[in-house]
Design a protein around this ligand. Structure first.
Ligand SMILES: C[S@@+](CC[C@H](N)C(=O)[O-])C[C@H]1O[C@@H](n2cnc3c(N)ncnc32)[C@H](O)[C@@H]1O
Length: 216
C-alpha cells in the first residue's frame, strides 16, 4: 500500500480540513529555495509546493523524489508548461541515492517525516545528511503539538491522531504517533536557523542546517 490511492483527491481532502493553511506553511521559507542551486524535494506528493516554486521563477536544478507513481504523475501534470529544471524520481527514501553531479544545497521535506516511526527516521535523517551539500539546509514543514493553551493542545492532539489513523488505513504509513523529528535532527547535529509557526502553532516550518563536522 502507499499514497497512490490518495494522489488525486489529496489536495481536496487537505483543503476541506485546512483550507490554504498547509500550503501557506510549505511556502514559509520560499526565499531559501529561490536562492538555492540544487533542490531536493522529498516526498513532494502531488507537487503543490513544486508548482509554487516554479511560479516564483525558481532557477535551481530540482529533483522531485517520491515513492508513489500516482503522486509523481499528478505532480508532473500539475507543473506541465511551467518551465523550470525538474527531474522526477520515483524512489524510497530508505534507499535514497542521487545522481553523482547532484548535491542539493536545499532539501525540502513538507509533511513527509511524519510518515515514519522514530526508529526509521534515525536512518533516514542520517541518509539525508550524506547527500546534502556542505552548509546545506533542510526545510522541514510538519505538524507539532501547540505549546500554548491546553485547548489548542487538545485540539492538536485529536487532529494529529485522526490524521495519523487516516494515513495508516489509506496509505499504510508506519508512524503510530507524531515523531519528534526536531529532537532526532538536533541529536544528529542539525541546528535550527529559522522557524515559522502557522495555524496557532499546530504547524511549524523549520530551517535546519548541519555543520560540516557533524555530517555522517
Ligand atoms: C503526507 S504526503 C505529503 C506530500 C507533500 N509533501 C505535501 O506537502 O503534501 C507524504 C508523501 O511522501 C511519500 N512517501 C511516503 N513514504 C515514502 C518513502 N518511503 N519514500 C519516498 N516517498 C515516500 C508519499 O508517496 C507522499 O507523497
Amino acid at each position: 500500500m502507499g499514497f497512490n490511492l490518495l494522489a488525486r483527491p489529496y489536495h481536496l481532502l487537505e483543503k476541506a480540513v485546512f483550507a490554504n493553511r498547509l500550503q501557506h506553511a510549505r511556502c514559509s521559507h520560499m526565499q531559501i529555495f529561490l536562492e538555492a542551486k540544487q533542490i531536493l524535494l522529498l516526498g513532494e506528493g502531488d507537487g503543490r509546493f513544486l508548482e509554487a516554486l516554479l511560479e516564483e521563477g525558481c532557477r535551481a536544478e530540482i529533483i522531485y523524489y517520491d515513492f508513489s507513481m500516482e503522486m509523481r504523475d499528478v505532480a508532473r501534470k500539475r507543473v506541465e508548461g511551467k518551465g523550470g529544471n525538474v527531474r522526477f524520481h520515483k524512489g524510497d527514501i530508505h534507499q535514497l541515492s542521487l545522481p553523482d553531479n547532484f548535491r542539493p544545497d536545499v532539501v525540502g521535506a513538507h509533511f513527509f517525516l511524519d510518515c515514519f516511526r522514530e526508529e526509521e527516521l534515525v536512518g533516514i535523517i542520517r541518509r539525508i545528511g550524506t547527500v546534502i551539500d556542505l552548509g546545506g539546509k533542510m526545510v522541514v514543514t510538519d505538524f507539532q503539538l501547540p505549546a500554548d493553551s491546553w485547548i489548542a493542545r487538545l485540539r492538536g492532539r485529536l487532529l494529529i491522531r485522526l490524521m495519523l489513523l487516516f494515513f495508516q488505513v489509506f496509505a499504510g504509513i508506519s508512524a503510530r504517533r507524531l515523531p519528534d523529528f526536531y529532537k532526532l535532527l538536533t541529536s544528529q547535529g542539525w541546528r535550527c536557523r529559522k522557524k515559522a509557526l502557522c495555524n496557532q502553532g499546530l504547524i511549524g516550518s523549520w530551517v535546519m542546517e548541519i555543520p560540516p563536522d557533524k555530517r555522517s
